[in-house]
Design a protein around this ligand. Structure first.
Ligand code: GCU
Length: 603
């Protein structure tokens, strides 16, 4: 049974934020907020099941000594934003439910004047899973999805004075969510990425993108919104060269379609050789020349395409020496956020001699993909369409589509991003095939220049050859293969002779392989959980992969041990998946150097 979507459900997404930060139009709301736990949602709903008119979102204070107010943000728990709540307070490690965040926003006269001259938005990097946003007691927006960015307009609401921003976040797992009831990672809850107050002109650029198509031509789009859009144009420049002028801005997103020569003379971006050029979108009045708004982004120019079972970057045959990464910081087992985490995780990937990172299972912090651009690392982005999903539910499909939009619209300026993955280890079936095909088609509609993929589940067979015949192979451009020979199934000795083939004549990426080991636990390579055991599985796997003609690369599972409630073996797992090549504190296991040496010898 599907109910009509909540009218406050938002898909508003303001992009190009780095540009607005550079131009000092962004106020960070990160830092210490207040938190009230609410496992029964009593701060939202009263005993009659109706909206609680005196709920926590009103941020009430007693008006006189007899006034009954049964909550008080000011004297409640401190919580840091960005950050999951699970690892900030020991009693919250396993908490799944609703929590209320409150942050007071002080607006001085100057700020109020700036805000009243244009539009104002609160931008969330991500909050897991379902978020309701209130300002001064009024509900403004609802957002679903735990890993994508979203924006809430607050224009006209920021007069001089103190304002109460209250955010209700609920991370309960539900069968109709994405992901749904089970995932092999920790269900971190809360506002786990940055929150910012963004000011733009009354008519402004909402989204601007530019990337290189497989034929070497530039393509992109620009979306302008506001009362003056009809009278304005956008001038697109790359470096100092004007490459396009865009009109008809009142009609929604407009394509940017520069002449094929526009990219000539600009050095390409390539794996290991990152070159970024400044693209600028200038919203102006073509008659007077007055500039109304302007955003910029530093983008890399490269082509990506497949031909048969070969991958080409800038028409050079490329092999993906990769590693899978969860969005967990380098230390402490909590959600990764910001540039420092991104930089340390990608330092480790580069120490592996990797040229590719699979940003697994969900959209990662924007800092990761920006850092990958700067370092010349290729990247795989993914939606959390993971294991058991309610594929037949229209609301679930709509949720996946919104998350697909967030994934592509935020990151389609990033040269590092070459693969959009629609799913991980979902079981074939008509509903699933249709659901994922819808997502793949959405990826292509938003960005026809990149490749699409999905990580497929492979199960053990008795023959030395495994045929990949998942019907999704017809739909995607690159086939991701998750296989655990030598760990979940298969004799280690037989691995090198194993072969893989598909009927699709498309490239295969071994998107997962690996084995578990506790750092510092040593013994024979037949003793499970030793570093030697893990290294022996890698040795056998790499020998097999060397022989796979249809394989364009691998992203072994996984860079770092990570928290999961599914791994409970005392003294070994203790709530962590131990397939990392480094421990949860960054200590390198034997397999780390083994893989790094192997990658160094690869083309
Ligand atoms: C699966 C899944 C991962 C999981 C891994 C494992 O392939 O995609 O999310 O962590 O196997 O079992 O360790």
């Amino acid at each position: 049974m599907t109910t009509d979507p909540d009218p406050l459900l938002t898909d508003l997404l303001l992009t190009n934020l780095q540009s607005r930060r550079d131009d000092d139009h962004v106020v960070s709301l990160d830092g210490t907020w207040k938190l009230i736990l609410d496992p029964y949602d009593s701060g939202l709903i009263n005993i009659l099941g109706e909206r609680n008119k005196t709920g926590y979102f009103r941020d009430f204070k007693p008006r006189h000594q007899g006034d009954r107010v049964e909550y008080d943000f000011d004297t409640s728990t401190d919580i840091e934003v960005p950050g999951d709540w699970n690892t900030q307070h020991p009693e919250l490690l396993y908490y799944e439910g609703t929590a209320w965040y409150r942050r007071l926003i002080e607006v001085d006269d100057d700020h109020a004047a700036r805000a009243s001259a244009g539009r104002s938005f609160v931008h969330f990097g991500a909050a897991n899973h379902t978020t309701r946003v209130f300002l001064d007691g009024e509900e403004l927006a609802l957002h679903e999805g735990g890993f994508g960015p979203f924006t809430v307009e607050v224009t006209g609401r920021l007069s001089a004075g103190t304002h109460s921003l209250v955010v209700m976040v609920n991370n309960r797992r539900e069968p109709d969510r994405i992901p749904a009831m089970r995932s092999d990672w920790w269900n971190f809850g809360g506002i786990h990425r940055s929150v910012e107050l963004v000011h733009t002109p009354a008519t402004s650029i909402i989204d601007a993108w530019l990337t290189m198509a497989p034929d070497g031509c530039l393509t992109g789009g620009v979306t302008v919104d506001g009362p003056e859009a009809w009278a304005l144009e956008v001038r697109v420049s790359l470096g100092d060269e004007v490459i396009a002028d865009v009109a008809n801005l009142a009609d929604g997103e407009q394509p940017i379609d520069p002449p094929s020569s526009a990219a000539l003379g600009f050095e390409r971006w390539a794996p290991g050789a990152p070159v970024l050029h400044r693209a600028t979108w200038t919203l102006h009045n073509p008659d007077t020349g007055a500039v109304v708004d302007e955003v910029h982004d530093d983008i890399g120019l490269r082509t990506v395409r497949v031909d048969g079972t070969t991958l080409y970057i800038n028409d050079v045959e490329t092999y993906l020496n990769g590693i899978s990464i969860h969005g967990e910081g380098p230390s402490g087992g909590s959600r990764a956020a910001g540039e420092a985490d991104a930089s340390e995780l990608l330092d480790w990937a580069e120490a592996l001699n990797a040229n590719f990172v699979r940003l697994a299972h969900y959209q990662h912090d924007e800092a990761m993909v920006r850092e990958a651009d700067r370092r010349g690392l290729l990247a795989w982005g993914e939606l959390p369409v993971y294991w058991g999903i309610d594929f037949e539910n229209p609301a679930t499909i709509a949720n996946a589509r919104r998350q697909a939009d967030e994934l592509v619209v935020r990151d389609r300026n990033r040269a590092s991003m070459i693969l959009w993955s629609a799913a991980n280890e979902t079981l074939p079936g008509d509903g699933r095939n249709s659901f994922i095909t819808t997502i793949i088609e959405r990826f292509r509609a938003l960005d026809p220049t990149r490749l699409t993929t999905a990580a497929l589940l492979t199960l053990p067979t008795n023959s030395p050859n495994t045929l990949i015949d998942d019907p999704l192979g017809e739909v995607v451009d690159v086939i991701g293969v998750n296989e655990y020979l030598g760990w979940y199934y298969g004799d280690r000795e037989a691995i090198p002779e194993t072969t893989w083939s598909s009927t699709f004549n498309k490239p295969l990426v071994f998107s997962e392989l690996g084995a578990g080991a506790k750092f510092g636990h040593h013994g024979s390579d037949d003793e499970i959980w030793t570093e030697e055991f893990q290294a022996a599985v890698y040795r056998a796997q790499l020998e097999m992969i060397n022989r796979q003609s249809e394989c364009i690369g691998l992203s072994p599972w996984i860079l770092k041990d990570f928290r999961t409630p599914m791994r409970v073996l005392p003294g070994i797992q203790d709530g962590y998946n131990r397939k990392g090549l480094v421990s949860e504190e960054g200590e390198r296991k034997l397999a780390f150097e083994l893989l790094a040496d192997w990658y160094k010898e690869q083309p």
